[in-house]
Design a protein around this ligand. Structure first.
Ligand code: AMP
Ligand code: ZN
Length: 499
């Protein structure tokens, strides 16, 4: 099948490149969550960008094998290989076992993923299931002379890998100047742990036998070992948040390429951060916003997905509840416009014509996933009077395969009903949100006056009131029990026209 041209910005080359994968299916690895706490919506911004990438690859005609790991051991509080394991601190915080913490936050993460319409990858490898593969990889690095031993672990000797600084354009002299950070027995500040020994004075909950002593893997080796086992030595795409460029991904490249002698990943894509006024949103910061928090505020998680499309994935995005609410409003407008499209089933939409309509949208997506432009392209099609409703609906079906916004779904906003009896007239009012007293009074007044006009055979007046209701978007029905029901769609409009 002919593939559509897709351009992606490759961190490794620092420019947009035409995507030309080595493998079929395309092999895509994304660094996954460390499951010691809830994922915050910043983390989830990164998974939304990766989800759009995978959907775009499929739409461009590629088969994809996509894996996202679960880090359930070895991610230390500090990138400098010091401090405690985040999983063990999570367990201590909650008085639970590390395994329980991992199971709980993995399940919570899965709920968030599905609330945001992020498609499941083909596999979720869990770091603790790959300890033998990690040990084998460290052994192979040791045999090739890339490691040394210190009191607390086996380290990768970055001096043996001359290309170490290339990927993140690190400046070796500035790195040396920063050597005041806790170095332990490391020879260089950039060296990193492949295997850490368990502390001598305390027992860890997660530890394994190894040729070097009881301990646990370093965080970086986890991703390399899982990618190697579940994909191959030379994969097509590797993704993560932009914070991973300098340390985690630089280390993954060094150890993988030292072990295999092959290019580890051809395309490296990084999502920029979701930021707060006061800086980045971080799990360790404590003040983070979760999907549950959005739901508590009455915000549909897909409004957050829409909010993420308001910036390019390589630009920082500033979070505010007002911003997400504006996106919720935008999403509702989009859905209402789509729900109102006239679709004549008898109209046959020509495939080539449909492709032509889809082109500006797909061009934006294929230009390094330019989602703000893609959303603008959706509105352009919807506003274009020369395109019929049937073609518009087919276009939205195609676009939503990438957007994942459930554009055809109808929101089930809860309705409330109040029933009043005035002068022997029973009235039921069905409405959404809070009913204002003004509107309630005008509705009652008009219903009562319509009943009286009918009883007095003043049909002209009864019809005038009926037309007024229709203009105000209020549907009036006479129920079998004699009550009159008023269904209010848009309270503001009804209030303006009925006052
Ligand atoms: P973690 O669970 O901390 O390992 O992070 C999971 C993913 O979220 C990684 O790809 C991080 O780079 C990414 N990430 C962390 N913080 C943010 C943020 N504020 N905005 C966007 N992505 C983030
Ligand atoms: Zn990783």
């Amino acid at each position: 099948m002919k593939k559509r041209d897709l351009y992606l910005y490759n961190t490794a080359s620092g420019r947009k490149e035409l995507f030309e994968p080595k493998n079929d299916p395309v092999q895509m690895y994304c660094c996954g969550p460390t499951v010691y706490n809830y994922a915050h919506i910043g983390n989830l911004r990164t998974y939304i960008f990766e989800d759009v990438l995978r959907r775009a690859l499929r739409a461009c005609g590629y088969n994809v094998r996509h894996i996202v790991n679960i880090t359930d051991v070895g991610h230390l509080v500090s990138d400098a290989d010091t401090g405690e394991d985040k999983m063990e601190t999570g367990a201590a915080r909650e008085g639970k076992s590390v395994w329980d913490i991992a199971a709980f936050y993995t399940a919570k993460f899965m709920d968030d993923i599905s609330a945001l319409n992020i498609q499941q990858p083909d596999l979720w490898p869990k770091a603790t299931d790959y300890i033998p593969q990690m040990i084998n990889m460290v052994k192979s690095l040791e045999e090739k002379g890339f490691t040394y031993r210190t009191d607390d672990g086996i380290y990768f000797d970055t001096a043996r890998f001359p290309a170490y600084c290339d990927f993140a354009h690190l400046d070796p002299s500035s790195l040396r100047a920063g050597e005041r950070v806790d170095m332990g027995d490391k020879r260089s500040v950039t060296d990193f742990a492949l295997w850490k020994f368990s502390p001598k004075d305390s027992k860890r909950q997660m530890e394994w036998e190894s040729p070097w002593g009881i301990g646990f893997p370093g965080w970086h080796i986890e991703c390399s070992a899982m990618a190697l086992k579940e994909l191959s030595e030379s994969i097509d795409i590797h993704c993560g948040g932009a914070d991973h460029i300098r340390v985690h991904h630089t280390n993954e490249i060094a150890q993988s390429e030292a072990a295999t002698g092959k290019q580890f990943a051809k395309y490296w894509l990084h999502g920029e951060f979701l930021v707060l006024d006061k800086g980045k949103m971080a799990k360790s910061g404590g003040n983070f916003v979760t999907v549950d928090k959005l739901k508590e505020q009455g915000i549909n998680p897909l409004a957050y997905r829409m909010f993420c499309f308001s910036a390019h994935y390589r630009s920082p995005l500033s979070f505010s509840f007002e911003g997400v609410e504006a996106s919720a409003h935008g999403l509702n407008n989009l859905k209402k416009t789509i729900a109102g499209l006239h679709s004549d089933e008898s109209i046959i939409v020509d495939k080539e014509y449909l492709q032509k309509i889809c082109k500006p949208f797909m061009d934006a997506v294929c230009d390094d996933l330019n989602m703000p432009r893609a959303i603008a392209a959706v509105w352009e099609v919807l506003h274009d009077k020369s395109i019929n409703g049937a073609a518009k609906r087919l276009f939205i079906e195609e676009a939503d395969k990438i957007l994942g916004l459930d554009l055809f779904s109808v929101d089930e906003e809860k309705s409330s009903e109040i029933i009043e009896e005035i002068d022997g007239v029973k009235i039921s009012i069905v409405f959404k949100g809070d009913l204002s007293n003004n509107l309630k009074d005008s509705l009652i007044e008009k219903v009562v006056s319509r009943k009286k006009s009918r009883a007095q055979r003043n049909f002209a007046e009864a019809d005038r009131i009926r037309d007024l209701f229709a203009a105000a978007g209020v549907i009036v029905k006479d129920l079998p029990d004699g009550a009159t029901q008023c269904v209010v769609d848009n309270q503001q409009k009804a209030e303006d026209l009925l006052k």
